[in-house]
Design a protein around this ligand. Structure first.
Ligand SMILES: [Zn+2]
Length: 293
């Protein structure tokens, strides 16, 4: 039996950057656990479409990724989420977002509390292996590279630097992000995102919402890594979401950005302003303090 994306699925992926569980069940069959051959085939087949989301003006190395969420009991299948790499000309290289990070953040912001597999069109770098290790259940995560057998993440990163080495037992994505919706307005959405940000090392809650021409908005929250450098800033996640969810929109359509941030040992303000100046010079960043409760 062959499993292929059909025209409606390709259109859904091109427009929205994800495929719901109902479509995965329709095209790849249903299952109650583990990865089925159908889901793996769809994951691999979707990668060239994910690559279309890449913004890689510095390296010209276009990376696409796709992550499978958890089994949706209504369909006995997982949803599929795109990721792609993101680079910013004029800024230091560490500002990049890697495709695998983007795919997992995408799944999380859709309410997933885990991923079962991450595929990419190139082998995940060490930075991404570290980042993926810090998910809820890294031992059950499969890594898929086209033409290779699926591997357990633990086989790609043995003897890892673990969150417990900084005294942290929490794992990212254990708590799903649940939003009350976009109708509430940009600031309320940013506060929800900030409350959901993963900050066990600095305890600084932070989120960015980008407001586009026409009033639509997209946002992201900070995700910290025990190795620090693989951490994602809220501006990075928000821009990655813009690239994945609304690929037809240009950076120059970002009219304003809202940073909600709590006080603490670090701040995303200066780096968020720097990125915004580089990609949308006409826009401004407003900072709103965030506090618990
Ligand atoms: Zn990487």
């Amino acid at each position: 039996m062959t499993f292929r994306l059909d025209a409606p699925a390709i259109m859904q992926l091109r427009e929205h950057g994800y495929l719901p569980a109902s479509e995965m069940a329709r095209l790849g069959g249903a299952g109650s656990a583990d990865l089925t051959p159908g889901w793996l085939a769809l994951l691999e087949e979707s990668l060239p479409l994910a690559v279309e989301r890449s913004h890689s003006p510095v390296s010209s190395f276009r990376v696409g990724a796709a992550a499978l969420g958890q089994i949706d009991a209504r369909y006995n299948a997982p949803a599929l989420y795109f990721g792609a790499n993101l680079e910013f000309p004029g800024l230091p290289l560490h500002n990049s977002v890697h495709a695998e990070q983007a795919a997992v953040a995408h799944a999380w912001l859709h309410g997933e509390k885990g991923v079962s597999a991450v595929a990419a069109n190139a082998a995940p770098c060490g930075h991404c292996r570290q980042f993926l290790l810090e998910l809820g259940e890294p031992s059950s995560l499969s890594i898929v590279i086209p033409g290779e057998p699926a591997r357990a993440l633990a086989d790609l990163l043995p003897v890892a630097f673990d969150p417990s080495q900084l005294g942290v037992n929490m794992r990212w994505m254990q708590a799903p992000f649940v939003s009350s919706g976009f109708e509430q307005g940009a600031e309320a959405y940013a506060r929800e995102l900030a409350a959901a940000s993963f900050a066990p090392y600095t305890h600084v809650r932070a989120a960015v919402v980008l407001v586009l021409k026409g009033g639509e908005y997209v946002g992201g929250a900070a995700v910290e890594s025990v190795a620090y450098n693989p951490s994602l800033g809220p501006m990075h996640v928000a821009l990655s979401q813009l690239a994945l969810r609304a690929p037809q929109r240009k950076w120059s359509e970002v009219e304003a950005a809202l940073l909600v941030e709590s006080e603490g040992l670090i701040s995303y303000r200066a780096s968020s302003e720097q990125i915004l100046r580089a990609i949308a010079p006409g826009s401004c960043l407003e900072t709103v303090p965030w506090s618990e409760g």
